[in-house]
Design a protein around this ligand. Structure first.
Ligand code: ARG
Length: 454
């Protein structure tokens, strides 16, 4: 049953109904629609559209319905209704009869859907914040375990300078902390209530929209009815935050896939998050991380899709906007399971310290140290850089690391190089020199871990 039959003399085609109905998607906002409806009934009481008794009866029926959908959200799908707003109204009329028909006074599905969706985003945003916090906590734990583990640091995927494994963990902690901040910003900005804006021009009843906003836990009411019913910035923002966070997840996944590879062998992912090959018996594949890396594409795709849906839409509400939910719901689900999966993967990681140490020793990762050594002896950095470059070429030709070249050989590159050079070329020396804030020295990393544990 549609809520708008009177204007029509002809029948709705089955295909159009299937095309137009959004219940199979927006049933997930049942709770928000009912909560919004309860507040709306209170607003109608305040302007004497409903008597005290009527409002109480409506609130009771809505509260019963809320308990039912909370217990069994999929129950909504057993019925046939155009959308979740129609479903709630139909159920209410079934429960209380004609009184239920009064609830939609002064309200439109346009301010209703905008309100429901903001309430939904707010709830999900809070859940996502705690999932991000779990991942941050797990990465900090791994950092604590691997404070003394040396890892080759890369630029251009070429071994560059050694870092600690903990330093790598904390790099992702920074990213996920920014995601939490971004979520907070988005949630703060979207926390305004569109309810009471009607279809587009505002409601004809003298409703105190600020009181209504407070009742629903919003900071305040929105200011312009045209904007309120057509604003989907909150969807775009949640999709943006999800996209950026998914990019972070995909980068972490890519690092782990590489570290887990036979070529690197820096770590092993646990059996509970890896899978085998149907043909090659030896395989143990990092599917969980590959899926996290891959799902990022869907999330960014939903952001792009919604941007294009909103582009050049005229004021105010247009049915195009019904397309906002599929991508948003899918994104929130995808982001949620990726964060949960990342936690499980990080928990099971076993780092191979010997292998990472060995790899950090190769690839001339201490070349910068030799240049800095020459700088300390009074050679300008640019010149020192060139001298060490020549030394690296010679070392490569001999198939040896810099520290294995005898002093006589090193002196060929610069007279300033003395026996004390070797102590500067150890991995430990490379790490310990990075003492400035943000660097990979033991003390800085220890401080960073402690600051994340507060
Ligand atoms: N199902 C619609 C949506 O999600 C609700 C609003 C419909 N409003 C309307 N006037 N047809 O956007």
């Amino acid at each position: 049953m549609a809520l708008w039959g009177g204007r029509f003399t002809g029948q709705t085609s089955d295909l159009f109904k299937q095309f137009n109905d959004s219940l199979p998607v927006d049933y997930r906002m049942a709770e928000q629609d009912i909560v919004g409806s309860i507040s709306w009934s209170r607003a109608l009481l305040s302007v004497n559209v409903l008597s005290k008794q009527e409002q109480q009866d409506l609130e009771k029926a809505l509260t019963d319905l809320l308990a039912q959908v909370q217990a069994e959200p999929a129950m909504v799908l057993l019925d046939d209704a155009e959308d979740i707003h129609s479903w709630v109204e139909i159920k209410l009329i079934e429960a209380v009869g004609d009184l239920g028909k009064k609830l939609h006074t002064g309200r439109s599905r346009n301010d209703q859907v905008a309100t429901d969706l903001k309430l939904w985003c707010r709830q999900q945003g809070e859940d996502l914040k705690s999932l991000l916090a779990n991942l941050i906590e797990e990465l900090v734990k791994l950092a604590e375990r691997e404070q003394d583990t040396v890892l080759p640091g890369y630029t251009h995927l070429q071994r560059a300078q050694p870092v600690t494994f903990a330093h790598w963990c904390l790099a992702y902690v920074e990213m996920f902390e920014r995601d939490v901040q971004r979520l907070n910003n988005a949630l703060a900005l979207m926390n305004t209530s569109p309810l009471g804006c009607g279809a587009l021009a505002g409601t004809a009843y003298a409703i105190d929209r600020e009181a209504l906003a407070q009742d629903l836990g919003f900071d305040r009411a929105t200011r312009n009815s045209l904007d309120s019913v057509s604003d989907r910035d909150h969807v775009l923002e949640l999709l943006s935050v999800a996209s950026i966070s998914s990019v972070h997840l995909s980068r972490m996944a890519e690092d782990i896939i590489f570290y887990n590879s036979g070529e690197a062998g820096f770590l092993e992912m646990s059996d509970d998050v890896t899978s085998g090959s149907s043909l090659m018996p030896q395989k143990k594949n990092p599917d969980a991380m590959e899926l996290i890396r891959g799902k990022c594409g869907r999330v960014v795709g939903s952001l792009t899709g919604m941007m294009v849906t909103m582009k050049a839409l005229p004021l105010a509400y247009n049915k195009d906007m019904q397309e906002d939910k599929e991508g948003l719901f899918d994104t929130v689900d995808t982001w949620t399971i990726c964060l949960q999966m990342a936690v499980l993967c990080i928990q099971g990681i076993k780092v191979n310290k010997e292998r990472t140490y060995q790899a950090a020793q190769q690839g001339y990762s201490n070349a910068t140290e030799l240049a800095d050594y020459l700088v300390a002896k009074g050679i300008p950095f640019r010149e020192a850089h060139h001298i060490v470059g020549v030394a690296v070429v010679a070392a490569i030709a001999e198939g040896k690391p810099l520290e294995d070249l005898p002093i006589a050989k090193l002196k060929e590159f610069s007279e300033q190089i003395d026996d004390d050079v070797y102590q500067h070329l150890t991995i430990e020396a490379c790490l310990e020199k990075r003492v400035a804030l943000g660097g990979t020295s033991k003390d800085r990393v220890k401080e960073a871990i402690a600051s994340k544990q507060k």
